[in-house]
Write a protein that binds this ligand. Structure first.
Ligand code: 5GP
Ligand code: MN
Length: 345
């Protein structure tokens, strides 16, 4: 792995390293970011900070819990600190994010303008490789956490002994792989299970991680899920299921960022459903989340109709508000039309 040598050298030569991930950070983004940050800080003695676009959802806060003060900056809470950090960095690492356009505009401008070497470590389709000086891109893998695990394991100082990594890294890697595979339900490769085995042997508390991820939500989250499935979900004759989490419903249940994680997967349990689409009303757009069954490309659907992308069967995008695309009904009418076109093909 010549790339690992190059990354090892880049890390060794730099004094201020900043890691960024994608907007609406999920477990894989927070997990991979925290894992690399803890390694570079604790094993390499490097001043390293994870800068997150937006905020880390409450449900994922446990991943960064033991991390020293100041090592994680959330743009959504402190934009000046986030931008200042990017400006002063002499190495940038982009994790679980195939393009800087998937951060926030203020960060994207600074990240693109920076003269620092830029490293990409990602598992999404269509990485914007031309924007990076060193690229680790692997799409046939469970998660960025798994890809990062293979890289860290090859680092000379780790010497293929994963137990040489800080426990914060190991826990974060396990957490991110677990959420991106939907707890081993999708995208599981032989290497994924080897990684899980290796992490377990190194002492990772997987039961503790599962408790934090799946058994620690607020009651309102379950009530919201039941309401959406019961009252809002629609299924088209072509087998597209869709639901919109509108502003009114968000207010009614006191919805918090990250609480709808996993909702989009539920309709796929119906045999007739081939693709599931979940919309969340935001300030200036609907955020779109798509999952599909084998043979249907969620990625292509996201690219063609929602200016997005992702993976073959798990993708996302957006529908910006504009004339004729403001209300949940407008969005539903659009989905009805484009999903019929797409699924009839
Ligand atoms: P989720 O539905 O969990 O938000 O996202 C599913 C997958 O699609 C993730 O891998 C995510 O990174 C990707 N994704 C979500 N939104 C977008 C988007 O707007 N553009 C692109 N290129 N990928 C997205
Ligand atoms: Mn991921």
């Amino acid at each position: 792995m010549n790339n690992v040598k190059a990354f090892d050298r880049l890390a060794g030569d730099s004094s201020s390293i900043t890691i960024t991930v994608h907007i609406h950070p999920d477990g894989d983004a927070v997990g991979s970011g925290t894992a690399l940050m803890s390694y570079l800080t604790e094993c390499r003695g490097k001043d390293t900070v994870l800068v997150v676009p937006g905020i880390i959802p409450e449900s994922l806060a446990f991943i960064t819990e033991g991390v020293p003060e100041g090592r994680v900056i959330e743009f959504g809470k402190d934009p000046e600190a986030a931008c200042g950090r990017i400006r002063e960095s002499d190495l940038l690492v982009c994790l679980d994010c195939n393009s800087y356009s998937r951060t926030v505009p203020e960060m994207e401008i600074l990240l693109r303008a920076s003269a620092a070497p830029k490293v990409l470590i990602d598992h999404h389709l269509n990485p914007e490789t031309e924007s990076f000086s060193l690229v680790f891109s692997e799409t046939e893998i469970s998660s960025t956490c798994e890809l990062l695990y293979t890289i860290l394991k090859s680092m000379p100082d780790v010497g293929s002994k994963i137990g040489n990594l800080p426990m914060a890294s190991l826990t974060a890697l396990m957490a991110g792989m677990t959420t991106d595979t939907n707890n081993f339900a999708n995208s599981v490769w032989p290497g994924t299970l080897e990684m899980a085995s290796d992490l377990l042997a190194a002492g990772v508390d997987r039961d503790g991680i599962l408790y934090e991820l799946y058994d620690s939500y607020r009651e309102n989250r379950l009530r919201l899920m039941a309401y959406l499935i019961g009252e809002k979900m629609k299924i088209t004759p072509e087998g597209a299921a869709y639901m919109v989490l509108d502003k009114e419903t968000q207010d009614r249940f006191g919805f918090q960022e990250g609480e709808s994680e996993g909702f989009v997967n539920i309709p796929l349990s119906v045999k007739a459903v081939r693709m599931s689409i979940f919309l969340t009303a935001e300030e200036d757009r609907f955020r779109v989340s798509i999952r599909s069954k084998r043979g249907i490309s969620a990625n292509r659907f996201a690219m063609e109709y929602f200016n997005g992308g992702g993976h073959e069967m798990a993708a996302g995008g957006k529908l910006p508000y504009k004339e004729g695309m403001v209300s949940p009904e407008d969005a539903e009418a659009y989905i009805l039309k484009v999903s019929a076109l797409f699924l009839k093909k």
